[in-house]
Each structure stands twice: as structure tokens, then as C-alpha cells.
Design a protein around this ligand. Sequence first.
Ligand code: 4NP
Length: 153
Amino acid sequence: MKILMVCLGNICRSPLAEGILQSKVNSKHVFVDSAGTSGFHEGELPDNRSIEVAFKNNIDIKQQRSRKFVAEDFENFDLIYTMDESNYKDIIKLSDNENDKQKVKMILNESYPNQNLSVPDPYYGGDDGFKNVFQMLNDACEVIASKINNDAR
Ligand code: 4NP
């Protein structure tokens, strides 16, 4: 099983989603990665505020580097979780068949089914925004991990 987390810059939200889900699954069976719809921060480390909130929760995301989503990601991943509606629309636009489209999901629909809620972009806010984002992603990843771990049994 291969899962890709996607946001705009791949420095705030999706690196957290990647690190959180990795911490909840068996890396032998599940590969988790993240990417941005933009290449604005290509090659950069996650935002310091994401690194910090992850570290406070015993998750190290400092080895991650930002990269842009590429069309081949549709072939390489089974599930693509987008953080907000704008990311969702951007990724759907890049898909060219129904199978690809089916892989794309809004991550908060895992914890709040059918509501199409967005993980707020914390980039221009304060540290509280990152703490809030961490909690939301932790809840969503808990659901994703429990589904995966059930399937693996
Ligand atoms: P992210 O946050 O999509 O959660 O990584 C952002 C990071 C950078 C920018 C926007 C959002 N930016 O405009 O540079």
C-alpha cells in the first residue's frame, strides 16, 4: 500500500500528515510520502513550526524535502489524500482517467465523513494554527491507520 499526502507547498500540512501516518503504520507494508501542488518550496525542509509541533509529539520530519506532485504519482500511489478543496481540484485536473480520480480523497473525510472539510493553511498564522492542524491530521490518520491495520489482519 502506497499513500501520498498533498498540500500546496509541501512544507506545512502534508509533511505533518506524512510523518503522523508513518508513525501509526508498519513501514514494511505501507509507504507514505508527500508532495505539493506547487513547486514554490522545492527541495526545502518542512516549515520550522511543523518540525516543532511534530517533534513535541515524538515525530521527526526533518529528513523530508519538499517536492512537486507529478503525473506519475497517479501510477505510483494507491491513495492520494489532499489537505483542502483547492488541492483536491488541482489534483483532479491532472488526472486523466476514472481510476486515477478514485484515488484522490479529502483527508478530513476520514474523520468527518462526507463533509468535505479542509485542513486550514497555517502558513501565515501563528503556532496555534500548527497545533490545530496537528490534531486534525492526527485524528484523520488514526482512522486511516486503523482501516489499513484491519485490512492487514
Ligand atoms: P502548505 O502551506 O501547503 O501546508 O505547505 C503553505 C506553504 C507555503 C505557501 C502556501 C502554503 N506559500 O505560498 O509559499
